[in-house]
Write a protein that binds this ligand. Structure first.
Ligand SMILES: [Zn+2]
Length: 332
């Protein structure tokens, strides 16, 4: 079996702005990437794959293997040697994310695919303090075990003890209690478990139809202005607004490993003893390399507006999406 899926949960540590590269008429100048069907913001898999590759290359000191792999040229237009992807079979970056050597016409596809991160738990201000809005369907799709009543189209079901009407931003909803949400098994990374416990009893389940409105009404919208480099003052007409997924939002995404290059009779071809050493981590599969890159996004961020303090994401946990608590007694 060469396929192995991992489902990750990430939490935004800052607001995250992944632009669409275009303008949307109306509310903001710089809109963020969204799922077309639900209109919910997402972090595209291409963005995650880009940072995973770039940061893994930094961690494993294989900077030439980051990026697109186009060789650099000097001022005379001559190709500078050793500036494209190395393409070595034992290179963790080229093996994991693939490479193409244009001059030789050689290349391999990568052995991991990263998919879009979709919103699982969305923080909203309410009179009960911060709560995390979601839907039973979204949580179950991410792998959580959800019990209790299903929310009516115009009402909310809550975990924890709240028993009065509750506002999600400007939207006031009657509530019912009795919901419980559990992860599919032991899955938390590092210090993530206390963060989960802090929100576990502050979850508000709403109907799928309402969820998109709740999210889109509670995105972070900021206004910035461009500074004229000659005067040091705000440039005329340079005020712009942009939206972002707020901090403390939880998103789920899949990474699928297809280690088609692996010879089952041999160990993983990458030289672990040499390349893994400075990291103090074992890494024995493309999954490990992708995770090592994504882990650095907690410091270096993803998406735009990084210099404005945007973009850091933290991996909170992972499990195998084909493995459920009720079937297997816990995820690995
Ligand atoms: Zn390489």
């Amino acid at each position: 079996m060469t396929y192995q899926a991992r489902r990750y949960l990430l939490m935004t540590v800052d607001p995250v702005h992944i632009g669409t590269g275009g303008y949307r008429l109306g509310r903001v100048d710089l809109a963020i990437a969204r799922e077309p069907g639900t209109h919910l913001p997402k972090i595209p898999g291409t963005s995650l794959a880009g940072v995973a590759r770039a940061y893994a290359a930094a961690r494993y000191e294989k900077l030439r293997c980051a990026g697109q792999g186009q060789p650099r040229k000097d001022t005379a237009g001559k190709v500078i040697p050793n500036t494209d992807h190395c393409g070595e079979a034992a290179c963790p970056i080229c093996y994991t994310f693939g490479y193409a050597k244009g001059d030789e016409g050689s290349g391999y596809a990568g052995t991991v695919s990263l998919f879009d991160a979709t919103i699982a738990l969305f923080p909203v201000h309410s009179l009960a303090g911060p709560v995390w809005a979601t839907t039973p369907g979204r949580l179950r799709e991410a792998g959580f075990v959800v019990t209790g009543p299903a929310p009516a189209p115009d009402a909310a079901v809550v975990t924890g003890g709240w028993n009065k009407p509750l506002n999600l931003g400007w939207l006031m909803l009657p509530t019912t209690g009795g919901a419980q949400v559990q992860p599919p098994g032991p899955c938390w990374l590092g210090e993530a478990e206390p963060a989960w416990q802090a929100i576990q009893n502050r979850i508000v389940l709403v109907d799928e139809g309402l969820f998109s409105q709740v999210v889109n009404a509670n995105l972070e919208v900021r206004t910035s202005v461009s500074i004229d480099p000659f005067t040091g003052a705000a440039a005329t007409g340079a005020l712009f607004t942009y939206e972002a997924i707020p901090r403390a939002a939880w998103l789920a995404f899949d990474v699928v490993e297809d280690d088609y290059r692996r010879d089952p009779k041999k160990p993983w071809p990458v030289d672990k003893t040499h390349l893994g050493k400075p990291l103090g981590e074992t890494w024995a599969s493309p999954h490990d390399v992708a995770a090592a890159g994504l882990a650095l996004a907690e410091w270096l961020g993803v998406g735009g507006m990084g210099t404005r303090g945007f973009g850091r994401i933290r991996l909170m946990g992972h499990w195998r999406p084909d493995q459920r608590l009720d079937q297997q007694g816990g995820a690995q």
